[in-house]
Design a protein around this ligand. Structure first.
Ligand code: SF4
Ligand code: SF4
Length: 161
């Protein structure tokens, strides 16, 4: 399916997630579904949690025990393939990469989209982080209902907001 539509199947998605109990702490979820010569996720992680095999074409592997959810890999990934996800009681907290304008405003309610671009739910913007080292990739922290932690992928910010 991903070859035709660019959208991974649920089976492919679930393979990249740990048991949900692990997500009580924030963890990077790497959705890099193709063999490509790329490794900034590996070289940028301050905790040595991501490993791209010696053959750089092979997909990155993550060690969830080492991942602190810091988010550094999120803005270093040129494919915008990494998010950080955490379950906190009945809420899910996502850190997503975002390269569109306008950026959302903190405390705004925005549409949260699934991987096919469909409106999944609404979310609360908790933080908008952008600085020089992020090379124009903002990290947006969103709060949504915990039941959407797997399907949520990005947000839609209305132009002129
Ligand atoms: S979130 Fe931080 S600790 Fe986890 S893999 Fe990414 S860079 Fe490493
Ligand atoms: S940096 Fe992103 S696109 Fe490149 S290998 Fe890592 S996850 Fe894949």
């Amino acid at each position: 399916m991903i070859e035709k539509t660019g959208v991974p199947t649920r089976t492919q998605i679930l393979k990249e997630f740990p048991d949900l109990i692990v997500l009580k702490k924030p963890k990077a979820i790497i959705e890099c579904y193709k063999d490509i010569p790329c490794n900034p996720c590996d070289t940028s992680c301050p905790f040595d949690a991501i490993h791209v095999p010696q053959d750089i074409n092979q997909r990155p592997q993550i060690n969830f025990d080492k991942c602190t959810g810091c988010g550094v890999c999120v803005y270093h990934c040129p494919g915008l393939a990494i998010t950080v996800r955490q379950i906190k009681a009945d809420k899910a907290i996502l850190k997503i990469p975002y390269e569109f304008v306008p950026l959302p405003q903190k405390d705004a309610i925005v549409k949260v989209l699934d991987r096919s671009g469909k409106h999944l739910t609404d979310g609360l913007i908790k933080q908008v982080r952008i600085n020089e080292s992020q090379d124009k990739t903002a990290i947006i922290t969103i709060e949504i209902e915990a039941k959407h932690i797997i399907e949520a992928m990005t947000i839609e910010v209305p132009y002129g907001s």
